[in-house]
Design a binder for this molecule. Sequence first.
Ligand code: M7G
Length: 331
Amino acid sequence: MASTSNTTSSSAAIKALLNQFQLKEVLNEDISTKTAWLLGTIGNGDDLDKVVPGKNAAVVTLERLAVFTQGIANPGASNLRRSEPNLFTALALNSGEQNDIYSWATGFVNSDVFGPDIRVSLIFPATQKHIDKHRRQQRRWITETPGLYTSITEPFINAQPASRIQWVYNILSKKEEAERIIYEDPDRANGFIILPDLKWDAANAASMYLVAIVHRRDLRSLRDLTNAHLPLLNNIREKAAIAAERYGVQRDKLRLYIHYQPSYYHLHVHITNVDLEGRGIAADRAHLLDTVISNIEDIAHDYYQKVTLAYALGSDTELWQHWASHLGSSA
Ligand code: M7G
């Protein structure tokens, strides 16, 4: 993919790819988060009609963005070019209704005033794993004891190709997204990089979503954490507040958590504005960093090696298929 060092050339490169996108399937849609996930192909090869994972397959996420009220309230904001004397002068409306004092309509706002209204993410070429991850699917409940972790989950994690987390290594080595880094502690044992998550447009503080990616490469997930990692975890908790200040988000507005199971087995901590709901914070996946630290510090240094962890898996995911083959049940 193109380097992100130049935002304008990146958006031109993304647009050039999207211009070739041919829709094959709506993988999923979520009305509450106003998001749709599309599967299609990109390219002109012989296989244009057939989705070939890892080759021509592309997954596009389309998400309607929140109204950028910060920009309206603060006309000096850098990405706001407010030329209109009135917020709604350039508003185009259709299908309006009125009843007594109530009126409503749909239409298009002025993006110069309200900022961009859609966020597009592209994974290309998308692997089967990417496609499965975004496709609506049945979910199955897993109760993972330490024994089952060792016999089923851990071998699966160890078999993951390093290429799955190439994007992580690109960030850590400053090959990609270097200019997006908000905070770095370069320490090899306790250091990390904090930058905006790809799901966030880095504009609207109300939906702030950052990710802290640790420098060390030996921590795959929550299961690997012991008291030896408390300095690292405390360091992230401390410095997340400094990183969030960049967007005017105060320490007591932060929600920090680790996913189990994560999609990528290189330890990272999600850092979001606590007002952001519904984004990966379900109890079957999100483990709050404060609680993780307390469990290790106050309950047992090897808490995450001893505890049973429960979570839901999509029935199309490789990890569920792997569990199903061990349990002898059908996926
Ligand atoms: P996760 O808990 O492993 O899985 O989190 P999830 O994606 O199912 O939540 C990985 C986090 O890294 C997610 O919040 C992703 O949106 C984010 N992420 C993934 N990729 C491939 C990138 C990337 O290339 N750049 C950035 N900045 N964030 C990414």
